[in-house]
Design a protein around this ligand. Structure first.
Ligand SMILES: NC(=O)c1ccc[n+]([C@@H]2O[C@H](COP(=O)([O-])OP(=O)(O)OC[C@H]3O[C@@H](n4cnc5c(N)ncnc54)[C@H](OP(=O)(O)O)[C@@H]3O)[C@@H](O)[C@H]2O)c1
Length: 342
């Protein structure tokens, strides 16, 4: 017997990718319900590329009683209304929004990094998925931290527009087209023109001049990997449709050479090392689309600090940054706690 699974936000960027990944990985689901807002009630979405069409129900009227788990990708406001309702009905919520990530009673999980932390999910029957930029970074940092103990991380991100949902992708497409035909490139979703430009601002500003996206990378890395690691981030939106990139500089407690780091990363779960010192011997965002791996390239020693390394990290933000990580959590939950499927 398999699970009864709800995908909430199934019409969105992350929700559609969750359906693709559940189907691709042959998740043991006996039944799948797809829910979203009243706007899309009655619309149909495909379960991966199976040809099986599912009809969207309005989450407002959906009774989660008897459903095993719900993968949420509906934003924080709607999550605040519906996640407690689903969890109280016995349906474990795996949430992609930022709402519960820093709640001490909710585990924040990246299965390659801190699978053991999942045990505390019973406190609220909710499990949080990290921010997309944090997820790929901690996958790359974990094996290096185990080997040489990370003290400090300086990261600059190059984040694709799909991280801002369907509306972000539409805006890049429309602005690019308008600029080519000589029309105005009106900014609606983003704060400035994103086509042929970069914007050093994601999410709202905080009192200290950093942004909430940058703060998320700091606090989520501490919660998932190690509270002792210091992180400073600059998060930048770039005109790429899918795939987040990060330039990461790491300072370690103990000595670690680039060669040693590469041999560790080559064996690490969830990582694909592509690092040749030749033209094209590295991964760029367009190549990571649709992939499961977090790609690491350009690993090199940084001689300006003791025990320093720099590297380049790229991943599909809709997959490892959201939908894939959520499905991996669902698999972990099933294996460790629900134990229904064979
Ligand atoms: N994109 C990423 O890289 C990424 C990474 C990590 C986490 N996340 C998080 O995942 C969530 C979804 O992001 P996304 O990129 O998929 O956004 P999106 O493409 O804009 O999709 C939003 C989804 O939420 C649904 N929704 C919105 N308001 C709702 C409501 N009141 N009740 C029920 N459903 C509602 C929408 O349904 P309708 O079609 O009916 O409007 C749609 O299915 C967000 O919390 C986001 O922060 C995204």
């Amino acid at each position: 017997m398999g699970y009864r699974v709800v995908v909430a936000g199934a019409t969105g960027n992350v929700g559609r990718e969750m359906l693709n990944i559940l189907a691709e990985r042959e998740f043991p689901a006996d039944e799948i319900a797809v829910v979203a807002s009243a706007r899309s009630t009655g619309n149909q979405v495909e379960y991966g590329e199976t040809g099986r069409m599912l009809t969207i129900k309005n989450i407002e009227h959906f009774d989660p009683t008897g459903w095993d788990m719900a993968l949420f990708a509906i934003g924080s406001d709607a999550t605040a209304i519906h996640a407690p309702r689903f969890a109280a009905a016995g349906c474990t919520v795996i949430d992609n929004s930022s709402l519960y990530r820093m709640d001490p009673d909710v585990p924040l999980i990246v299965p390659e990094v801190n699978p053991e932390a999942i045990h505390s999910y019973t406190r609220k029957n909710i499990i949080a998925n990290p921010n997309c930029s944090t997820a790929q970074m901690v996958v790359a940092l974990k094996p290096l931290h185990d080997a040489a103990t990370i003290k400090r991380v300086v990261v600059a991100t190059y984040q694709s527009v799909s991280g801002a949902g369907k509306a972000g992708m539409d805006e890049l497409f429309e602005q690019s087209r308008n600029i080519f035909v000589g029309d105005q490139a009106e900014a609606r979703k983003f704060t400035k023109q994103i086509a042929f430009n970069v914007i050093p601002h994601i999410d709202k500003f905080l009192e200290d001049g950093s942004t909430k996206e940058e703060w998320k990378m700091v606090v989520e890395t501490k919660k998932i990997l190690d509270p002792k690691i210091k992180v400073t981030a600059t998060c930048v939106r770039v005109p790429v449709f899918v795939g987040h990139s990060e330039a990461i500089n790491i300072e370690f407690e103990h000595e670690i050479s680039a060669a040693k780091a590469k041999s560790i990363l080559r064996e690490a779960p969830g990582i694909m090392l592509v690092d040749k010192h030749e033209d094209g011997g590295y991964v760029t965002p367009v190549e990571c689309v649709g992939e499961y791996a977090t790609f690491v390239s350009r690993v090199r020693e940084d001689s300006t600090v003791d025990n320093g390394l720099s590297l380049w990290c790229v991943s599909d933000n809709l997959r490892k940054g959201a939908a894939l990580n959520a499905v991996q959590i669902a698999e972990l939950l099933g294996r460790r706690y629900l134990k229904k499927a064979a």
